[in-house]
Write a protein that binds this ligand. Structure first.
Ligand SMILES: CC(=O)N[C@H]1[C@@H](OP(=O)(O)OP(=O)(O)OC[C@H]2O[C@@H](n3ccc(=O)[nH]c3=O)[C@H](O)[C@@H]2O)O[C@H](CO)[C@@H](O)[C@@H]1O
Ligand SMILES: C=C(OP(=O)(O)O)C(=O)O
Length: 430
């Protein structure tokens, strides 16, 4: 397994380019199942999760080619063509590798009238149930049974029916599954208390380009009028706001200055609302954001994660790392996932003072962190350890960086280009 070695204490200065959002690219890729024409996605990031989903789509019969050329899906612009769906089963050995694979359920049910999708199972940060996906599709007339670890779903003879579904809690994935299913349902679907994340809106905008009839995009009430079929389209994946926020915190934690390009300030409003009082300065520049410390010092601020437009849970671990060396204390409360503080004991190994009480963690700032060998446990925890390593005195070795590769493209290269002393150590696949 690869490791990442960092020698910290150097301010980052330079330019970092942000890729397309992993959490937008994944649902956008599954939307290709809704039409027999070609969906071309541009600004597609090169990530492990993208490749995993490509493998899943290929076994459904989706043809995947570099736009304008043949080949795999490692490029930036990729054609997805589901002319004939030859298999409606998403097997455990692929789904368990990437939970978002469950997003093929709605499209397969809508296009083919059936789907057999492995239950994704939990992951490090929580149980990750899919009951809301199932209940919403049942409201649209689907007959769904759980058999031997699989979701076995069948649409009514005439296809899925439009329905009004009120989400008992906000769910990004369930909103996306139902949104895609509703585009081809008979009649109108109203999704109430729908997720408003920019990645959901990006999916909705792509579906509209494909011929879907959707109103309320960006709100928590989506109205979808089903159509008989969707056609191909070309869509650019929205910038990754989590990558943007991560690199903003990299600038802040090292006391440097970064120009973060191919992204927008409005995508990280909630993060800015928390970081500005902490002493981080943001300036909008052409096609990006300039980030540095406002006046040298960082101050502890309290943060609570919430569904969009609140503070993103996917930036919580990075914020905790930043608060470790801030003056004063910070109370960080995680309201979305039940086990998303696994970075805390690892940061403590680096000298951080963190006390976890249930869904809250109290961080008391220290003068300086010290480098140490640490273990990545999940995607965002891994990058929070990289951030801490950039600021720490001495050497930090981050183990199990396969977690990092799920959602960050060439992170060590991007940081090294801005002055970080960071390198990847390729390990055996033990
Ligand atoms: C690929 C992708 O887009 N992943 C994102 C997506 O995950 P994901 O779509 O899995 O997250 P959800 O928004 O669905 O989860 C929010 C909460 O609802 C719960 N829940 C979810 C579904 C369900 O059927 N039943 C249920 O109880 C979850 O356990 C969690 O506690 O949104 C999360 C919250 O913004 C982000 O952290 C993930 O990065
Ligand atoms: C939790 C995340 O992703 P996933 O839902 O794919 O696990 C994430 O992107 O932080």
């Amino acid at each position: 397994m690869d490791k990442i070695r960092i020698r910290g204490g150097r301010p980052l200065n330079g330019t970092i380019t942000v890729g397309g959002a992993k959490n937008a690219a994944l649902p956008l890729m599954t939307a290709s199942l809704l039409t027999d024409e070609t969906l071309t996605l541009t600004n597609l990031p090169i990530l492990a999760d993208i490749n995993t989903l490509c493998n899943l789509l290929l076994q459904h019969g989706v043809a995947i080619h570099m736009a304008g050329a043949g080949g795999d899906c490692a490029g930036r612009a990729v054609d997805f063509t589901a002319r004939d769906i030859t298999n409606t089963t998403a097997p455990y050995d692929l789904v368990r590798k990437m939970r978002a694979s469950v997003l093929v359920l709605g499209p397969l049910l809508a296009r083919c009238g059936e789907a057999k999708v492995s239950l994704p199972g939990g992951c490090a940060i929580g149980a990750r149930p899919v009951d809301l996906h199932i209940k919403g599709l049942e409201a649209m007339g689907a007959d769904i049974r759980i058999e031997a670890g699989y979701i076995v779903a069948k649409a009514p003879a005439g296809g899925l029916r439009g329905a009004e579904y009120v989400f008992p809690k906000v769910s990004v994935g369930a909103t996306e599954n139902l949104l895609m299913a509703a585009t081809l349902a008979k009649g109108t679907t109203i999704l109430v208390n729908a997720a408003r994340e920019p990645e959901v809106s990006d999916l909705a905008e792509c579906l509209v380009k494909m011929g879907a009839k959707i109103t309320g995009i960006g709100s928590d009430r989506l109205v979808i009028e089903g159509v008989d079929r969707l056609h191909g389209a070309r869509h650019m994946v929205v910038a990754d706001r989590i990558e943007t926020g991560t690199y903003a915190m990299a600038a802040a934690i090292t006391g440097g200055r970064l120009d973060i390009m191919n992204t927008r300030l409005d995508l990280i409003k909630a993060a800015v609302k928390a970081l500005a009082p902490a002493g981080v300065a943001f300036e909008e520049i052409d096609n990006g954001i300039r980030v540095s410390r406002a006046n040298g010092e960082l101050h502890g601020v309290d943060v609570m994660t919430e569904p969009f437009p609140g503070f993103p849970t996917d930036l919580q671990a990075q914020m905790m790392a930043l608060m470790c060396t801030a003056t004063g204390a910070a109370m960080i409360t995680e309201t979305i996932f039940e086990n998303r503080f696994m970075h805390a004991p690892e940061l403590t190994r680096m000298g951080a003072r963190i006390t976890v009480h249930g869904s809250s963690a109290l961080v008391r700032g220290v003068e300086r962190l010290t480098g140490a060998p640490v273990m990545a446990t999940d995607l965002r925890a891994s990058v929070s350890l990289v951030l801490a390593g950039l600021a720490a005195e001495g050497e930090t070795m981050v183990n199990r960086v396969y977690h990092l590769d799920r959602g960050y493209e060439r992170v060590e290269e991007k940081l090294a280009a801005c002055g970080a002393e960071i390198e990847r150590i390729h390990g055996s696949d033990e």
